[in-house]
Design a protein around this ligand. Structure first.
Ligand code: COS
Length: 379
């Protein structure tokens, strides 16, 4: 990146390509399937168009020369979100579920799973949250007890995207009685492991999400993500990478809502003039565009900092916080400008309104992002 304010041409081209593929190829696949259900054909199409493999290094079956680029992840998410949120989320969840394995599993385990995830043949999931541990992730209680040369996992995860149908889970469990983050260890768990169960949940978020139950699930020593007791850091490092990209998803949705509002305000007339001729509307359009632009700058600044190796915990939290809050406001304003038609089921804005809400909760609520930012300010 030549500076922190403009995307390089190659990134702009990738964004445009992601948007086009999403509209022409992915949207029809998403619309043909049942709402909220896992769609493997969407992952296959994301792989066929070389979008999903771009998240992973060629050495692990992806199509990148090197490690992940946070900038490219954001570009892909923003582009896909503008035309097909379901494809966007399918791509993002493969990354979120798989990155603990890319970054922290042994080469054999990474080689077993990542090429399959990168090619859309295996579905990945990130399993941190529990019924009793959401924002306070270090309070998790899924128990991992020594079992032969491995461990036995007992307990429950909840609100896990892609569960219970995922093929591979990055799971965070407690390996010692020590309270807090020090007793947390990460494991790779195969979706068909004996004793693993779960059920789908119906949520306002339209992507697949469910519970995962562990009834004495045995995992071997090769399943470790990092060292024993290092799992919390594995999870936090993954979130540092993915939080700006949740912001990019929000920017993409906000842009789609702004475009719809701009078109409507210049086509629709009331009291003898176009809606955009009313100051009440034109001032809102200006604020919406400014919010989206500010969000975009924060997102790509955090991503480019990540790629240059900087510590990004604060910027990552700022990008997610601002972009998701901004997108919620922008989508709400776009609905207000449209009136009742935007509330009809199946209208783009009705979809975006349902889709954007969860982004202020998952991967750390807005309140947690603020907590992280303030802690970093005092570091
Ligand atoms: N990268 C690397 N290490 C990190 C880190 C990061 N971003 N954030 C924290 N750590 C390390 C700390 O350095 C600390 O290590 P030491 O014990 O060696 O000093 C350890 O992890 C514990 O950190 P901390 O004391 O800050 O943990 P807390 O329990 O106070 O909580 C927050 C930290 C609030 C940041 C964490 O619980 C969080 O992110 N919660 C939201 C969870 C979430 O996003 N859930 C969504 C799941 S995906 S849908």
């Amino acid at each position: 990146m030549s500076n922190r304010f403009e995307l390089p041409n190659t990134s702009r081209e990738l964004l445009e390509r992601a948007r086009e593929v999403a509209g022409a190829e992915l949207r029809p696949i998403a619309d043909a399937g049942a709402p909220g259900k896992l769609k493997r054909e969407l992952l296959a199409a994301l792989a066929k168009h070389d979008l999903l493999p771009r998240l992973f290094p060629a050495s692990l079956g992806g199509s990148r020369d090197g490690n992940v680029s946070a900038l490219e992840l954001c570009v892909l998410r923003e582009g896909l979100a503008q035309r097909c949120t379901e494809a966007e989320t399918a791509l993002a969840l493969q990354g979120l579920g798989a990155y603990p394995i890319v970054q922290s599993a042994g080469p054999e385990t990474a080689g077993r799973w990542i090429p399959e995830v990168a090619r859309g043949r295996a579905v990945a999931a990130f399993a941190l949250t529990e019924p009793g541990a959401g924002s306070d992730a270090a309070a998790l209680s899924l128990k991992a007890e020594p079992d032969g040369d491995g461990w036995r996992l007992t307990g429950e995860k909840k609100w896990i995207s892609n569960a219970p149908a995922a093929d591979v889970y990055s799971v965070f469990a407690r390996t010692s009685d020590e309270p807090g983050s020090a007793g947390v260890t990460g494991f790779v768990v195969a979706g068909d492991a004996s004793g693993l169960g779960g059920e789908q949940l119906e949520l306002v978020a339209p992507h697949p999400i469910g519970t995962v139950t562990f009834d004495g699930v045995h995992v071997g020593p090769e399943s470790l993500l990092g060292g024993v007791g290092e799992g919390f850091k594995v999870a936090m490092r993954t979130l540092d990478l993915f939080r700006p990209s949740v912001g990019a998803f929000a920017v993409g949705m906000g842009k789609a809502a702004l475009d719809a509002a701009l078109a409507h305000a210049s086509e629709r007339e009331a009291f003898g003039r176009e809606l955009r001729r009313f100051q009440a509307i034109s001032q809102q359009l200006a604020d919406m565009a400014t919010q989206i632009e500010a969000a975009r700058l924060l997102v790509y600044s955090a991503a480019s900092r990540y790629d240059s190796g900087e510590r990004v915990t604060k910027h990552s939290a700022m990008a997610k916080l601002f972009a998701t809050e901004a997108a919620q406001k922008v989508i709400d304003a776009a609905i207000q400008i449209h009136g009742a038609q935007a509330l009809e089921r199946g209208h783009l804005l009705e979809e975006l309104y349902r889709e954007v809400r969860a982004t202020r909760i998952y991967e750390g609520t807005s309140e947690i992002q603020r907590e992280i930012i303030t802690r970093e300010l005092y570091r």
